[in-house]
Design a protein around this ligand. Structure first.
Ligand code: URA
Length: 240
C-alpha cells in the first residue's frame, strides 16, 4: 500500500503547510492510531487513523481553478508585507488553496490555483515541459536577428534558455512592440530577463495560454473551475 510522509498527509487534508505540520508534530499534537507521533519522517498509509488536536483527518476534495490574475497581486497564499495575494479572491472556498507556480506582481493573466499537490508537481516541474504563452509589450524594438537568437536560446545568468516560439504581433516600426512568446521553462522572471538581455524593458506582460487553456470568457479578477476532463488533459499533456 502507498505510504505518505505524515506532514504531507496533514497538508493534503487542508490543515496547514507541510512545514507547519512538522511544527504540530514537534508540539505533540499529532496522533497516529492512538500513539503520539515523535518522528517527523513517519510514513503512514490510507488505513492509518491520524488525528490533529483530537480531530480525525480526511482528505480534502481536490479543487482546480483557472484564475485571470490582475497585475498588482502576489502569487502566494500569504504575504509578509500584507499585500493582496491571488488567494484573496477565493476566501469563500473552503480549501487550502495555493497558486500553481507564480506570476510576478506586475504580470497579469492565466494562473492555476489548486489544493492538489500532485497536479501542481505535473504543472510546474521542469521535466514535464508544460507550454506557457505570454503576450509581451516592450519599450523598444527587438530586431529580426535578435528574434532569431531568442528563438534559438540565449545565455542568461542562470544558463541557456531552451528554444522557444516567438511571434511578432505588432511592430509599427516605432518605439514599442507587441510579441507572443511560448516557453516551457519557468525560471524566475524569465520572459522579462530574456528581453532585458537585448536591452529592452517589458512594459506589460500577460500570460494568455497555459497548454491548451486560455483566458476566454474571463475578465481580470474572475475565475472558473476546471472541468474534470480539462484536468485529465493537462496531466496527459505533462506526460507526453
Ligand atoms: N516571466 C516573467 O518574466 N514574469 C512572469 O510573471 C512570468 C514569466
Amino acid at each position: 500500500m502507498k505510504t505518505t510522509r505524515i506532514n504531507k498527509k496533514i497538508a493534503d487534508a487542508g490543515i496547514t503547510s507541510r512545514r507547519k505540520a512538522d511544527k504540530l508534530i514537534e508540539e505533540g499534537r499529532v496522533v497516529v492510531n492512538g500513539k503520539k507521533v515523535t518522528e517527523p519522517g513517519l510514513q503512514v498509509t490510507d488505513k492509518d487513523q491520524v488525528t490533529v488536536d483530537g480531530v480525525l483527518l480526511t482528505k480534502e476534495e481536490p479543487v482546480h481553478i483557472l484564475y485571470y490574475k490582475p497585475a498588482g497581486e502576489i502569487s502566494a497564499a500569504e504575504d509578509d508585507k500584507k499585500r493582496d495575494t491571488v488567494i484573496d479572491a477565493f476566501h469563500d472556498i473552503d480549501a487550502r488553496l495555493y497558486p500553481v507556480g507564480r506570476l510576478d506582481y506586475d504580470t497579469s493573466g492565466l494562473l492555476l490555483v489548486t489544493n492538489d499537490g500532485e497536479f501542481t508537481q505535473h504543472m510546474t516541474h521542469p521535466k514535464f515541459e508544460m507550454k506557457k504563452t505570454y503576450r509581451v509589450k516592450t519599450d523598444g524594438i527587438l530586431l529580426r536577428h535578435q528574434q532569431d537568437e531568442m528563438r534559438r536560446g540565449i545565455k542568461l545568468d542562470d544558463g541557456l534558455t531552451a528554444p522557444c516560439d516567438l511571434k511578432v504581433i505588432r511592430d509599427k516600426g516605432g518605439k514599442d512592440m507587441i510579441l507572443e512568446i511560448t516557453i516551457h521553462e519557468g525560471r524566475n522572471r524569465q520572459v522579462r530577463r530574456m528581453f532585458e538581455h537585448f536591452g529592452l524593458n517589458v512594459t506589460k506582460l500577460t500570460r494568455i495560454r497555459f497548454d491548451f487553456l486560455t483566458l476566454d470568457g474571463l475578465k481580470e479578477g474572475e475565475y472558473r473551475f476546471l472541468k474534470p476532463h480539462e484536468v485529465k488533459k493537462l496531466i496527459a499533456s505533462s506526460n507526453k
